[in-house]
Design a protein around this ligand. Structure first.
Ligand SMILES: NC(=O)CC(=O)C(=O)O
Length: 269
């Protein structure tokens, strides 16, 4: 099936962000896409000072739009927004199905708290609360969902690997961590024999947080990659997995007697 990744130029104008999503998802559907991935916080500039202003309940304006667009174009649509629920804020990825139904909410499990002196300090935990669940959904294959910093935790990918063929991460790495780690982390999925798709906002040099861009789809090799400007990339996926999982059968060769990665709880939310 065809996967599309929309590298949206997110601005401070929420209505404009939403109307561009409508247009670009329609364009992706016209190219035969059945699953469309949007960037982290597609309705809002990425930054702790913006989350409370742009946060919405789910359902709310932005996710209502996602539901309509998924239904109009008969596809699965995945994208994250700042979510408000019971007085707390989350970075939440919503997944809608082809009937416009909300399939799951994944709240970012690992909050992006880093402090690299002289380079970047970012503390999502100053405003956001973490999610506590793993999230998967079924379309043409089983898909595991993470958000940006979640990608750095290999244990999560390893757990998803047991039942998923594709991992999707709306993300927004920056001008320091992007060149250093963005592609490397995705290509490390070769070890997990999965497809990995990441969707970044397009780069805005004037933003307080400058996103790296370079939305990517990998299966170990990079099979589709954006530059830093607004664009849509496409990938036709899956046969590779059947081949590689048979040729290099690491899942049946694991030494479960020596080590284990174990989920303490499962489910979406
Ligand atoms: N934005 C993030 O959550 C993570 C990130 O930018 C990084 O890990 O680098």
């Amino acid at each position: 099936f065809r996967l599309a990744v929309v590298q949206l130029q997110v601005s401070s104008d929420k209505a404009n962000n939403l109307s561009k999503v409508r247009r670009l998802v329609k364009e992706a559907a016209g190219q035969g896409s059945k699953v469309v991935l949007l960037p982290e916080c597609f309705n809002s500039p990425y930054g702790t000072s913006f989350f409370s202003k742009y946060a919405e309940k789910i359902p709310g304006e932005s996710t209502q739009m996602l539901s309509e667009v998924a239904k109009e174009n008969k596809l699965h649509l995945v994208g994250s927004i700042p979510e408000e629920d019971s007085g707390k804020l989350y970075n939440t990825c919503a997944v809608f199905g082809p009937e416009g139904e909300l399939i799951l909410k994944h709240r970012k499990i690992h909050l992006f708290d880093i402090d690299v002196p002289g380079k970047i300090r970012f503390q999502e935990s100053e405003t956001l609360s973490p999610g506590n669940s793993l999230s998967t959904f079924d379309t043409f294959c089983r898909v595991g969902v993470g958000i940006c910093y979640d990608m750095r935790f290999a244990e999560l990918a390893q757990l998803y690997n047991r039942k998923c063929q594709l991992l999707v991460y709306p993300g927004a790495f920056n001008m320091m961590t992007g060149p250093a780690h963005w592609e490397l982390l995705q290509r490390a999925a070769l070890d997990n024999q999965m497809y990995v798709a990441t969707a970044s906002p397009a780069r805005d040099e004037a933003a307080s947080y400058v996103a790296w861009g370079h939305s990517t789809v990998v299966n170990g090799e990079v099979i589709a990659k954006a530059g830093h400007e607004e664009s849509i990339i496409y990938a036709d996926i899956l046969q590779y997995l059947a081949d590689i999982r048979q040729q290099i059968p690491i899942s049946s060769q694991r030494r479960d007697d020596l080590y284990a990665v174990t989920a303490m709880q499962q489910g979406s939310g």
